[in-house]
Each structure stands twice: as C-alpha cells, then as structure tokens.
Design a protein around this ligand. Structure first.
Ligand SMILES: Nc1ncnc2c1ncn2[C@@H]1O[C@H](COP(=O)(O)OP(=O)(O)OP(=O)(O)O)[C@@H](O)[C@H]1O
Ligand SMILES: [Mg+2]
Length: 248
C-alpha cells in the first residue's frame, strides 16, 4: 500500500508505459467497465464506486467515455488534464473504491540524463504523473508482440516504478492468438518477463478488431454485441480484473 494511504481509501490502478499505442487507454477503460459492472452503486442514484481517471491532455478516456450512453456506463470518469489534487481527493472520497488511471503515452525524457536520474523530469505533465504514482497500489504495464514496446516497458519498470517502490504487473496486450496457435510468441513474451523477474498477468489480452472500433462505437467490452469474439474479448478482461483484484 502506498505510504499516503489508509485501508479505507480507494485503490488506485494506473496503466503506464512510456511507449504510445501499447493499449493503455484500452486496458484502463475496459478494466474500469468490468470492475464497475461487478461493483454497481448500492442504489440507482448513488455515485459509482468505480472511477476511471485520465490525466492525459489528449483526453482519449474522456472522448471514449463521453460516447458511451450514460445509462450504460458502469463507471464515473474524471479528466484532470494535469490539474493536481483531484486524484488524492478521489482516493479519500468515501463513495469511491477503485480508481483506474490512464496515463499519457510519452514521458519527458532528457536524452543526456544519466541512467540513474529520474526520467519523469519536471513540468506539469511530470507532476501529474508523480502524483498518480504516489497513490498507485498497482501499475499495469502493457507489453505487446511488437518488439518496440519491450525496451520502453523495461524502462518504465526499472526507471519509474521500481525506484518509487510501485508494485506492478505486466499485461500482455494485442496478442494475436489466431496466428500464434502454438503460443510460441506468447511464451516468448512470458519468458521476457520471467528473465527479468517481472510478474505478469497470466491472461493475455487478445487482439480483436472489435477493441479498436469500440471507442468510436461508444462501447466498452461489457457492451459488445453478442458473438464468439465478444465472449473471448470479455473473458480476457474478466480474468485480468480478477488478477488485479488479487494483486491489490
Ligand atoms: N487488444 C487489442 N486488440 C485490438 N486493438 C487494440 C487492442 N489494444 C489496443 N488496441 C488498439 O490499438 C490502438 C492503441 O491503443 P490505445 O489507444 O489503448 O493505446 P495507448 O497506450 O493508450 O496509446 P497512447 O499512448 O497514444 O495514449 C488503438 O487503436 C486501440 O483500439
Ligand atoms: Mg491512451
């Protein structure tokens, strides 16, 4: 538990990966949806105990959540746009139990900084990230088959999470199960984690086109129209949600 937290405080799950496009927003929104479905408000007019928060100025979380009809959205969402103080307030809010935070794709890094320097640097974006990390119970680090996400995942873990003592779980995302029937690729990614001593979620999130259309269609994984793919896509997020609950 982060030093700033009491047992009654909301738990913060932050998705973080230096590399853009690795699935941070997709993971955050769909996990919040599954968690919200499992923890509905006690009464219809009560606030949702599950909150999705975006600190991203780009606002993917806001754009996406705003397209989901309000009566179908199982979580509340807030967009801090880098303002400080909102995440700590939410953590103390007695109505809130889980906060899923989407973080921006790019961290300011000084290419000439020594290896042991803090890569978050200073500036408003860094301060917002710092505030989230101070309250994070569990960080989720997406890793994909794309080799280019590997080094930034390691960088995020070694230079940002470990020095702050933030617990983390690697989440294998966009796994192409159709072309990896023997799980060679999947096992390679798992070995990448074990070689480094990184804990990973045993359930990988498979790559489905339905996920990439969901923001535009105003859907989260719990609302996908019934199909075999929808079931499998949901299964991935239900299992990941369980792993997250076990880890926090
Ligand atoms: N499991 C998946 N299956 C199919 N498409 C996916 C999956 N995960 C993410 N995507 C798609 O990949 C793209 C990048 O994902 P996303 O926006 O979630 O990444 P991000 O890490 O939040 O990016 P950024 O750093 O730019 O905020 C999006 O088009 C998204 O729909
Ligand atoms: Mg994003």
């Amino acid at each position: 538990m982060p030093p700033t937290q009491n047992p009654d405080d909301a738990k913060v799950i932050a998705t973080i990966q230096q590399k853009g496009g690795s699935g941070k927003s997709t993971i955050t929104v769909n996990l919040a949806a599954v968690s919200g479905q499992n923890n509905p408000p006690a009464k219809a007019d009560d606030p949702c105990p599950v909150v999705a928060a975006g600190i991203d100025r780009q606002g993917s979380l806001e754009d996406w959540s705003a397209r989901v009809p309000e009566d179908r959205l199982p979580f509340d969402y807030v967009v801090t746009k880098g303002r400080l103080g909102e995440i700590p307030d939410l953590v103390k809010d007695p109505d809130v139990s889980r906060i899923f935070v989407d973080t921006p794709g790019f961290m300011e890094t000084d290419p000439d900084a020594p290896m042991d320097a803090d890569p978050l640097g200073s500036g408003p974006a860094a301060k917002a990230m710092e505030e989230v990390l101070e309250h994070t119970n569990l960080a989720l680090v997406p890793l994909t088959q794309e080799w280019l996400t590997h080094r930034p995942a390691e960088f995020t873990i070694e230079r940002v999470l470990k020095p702050r003592g933030v617990r983390f779980l690697v989440v294998i995302n966009m796994w192409d199960s159709g072309s990896d029937r023997e799980h060679k690729e999947l096992n390679r990614l798992r070995k990448w984690c074990t070689d480094r001593g990184y804990p990973f979620a045993s359930q990988a999130i498979r790559r489905y086109k339905i996920h990439s259309k969901a923001p535009e269609d105003g859907l989260t994984v719990i609302q996908y129209p019934e199909s075999g793919t929808a079931l499998r896509a949901r299964e991935d997020f239900y299992k990941l949600a369980l792993a997250v609950e076990q880890a926090i």
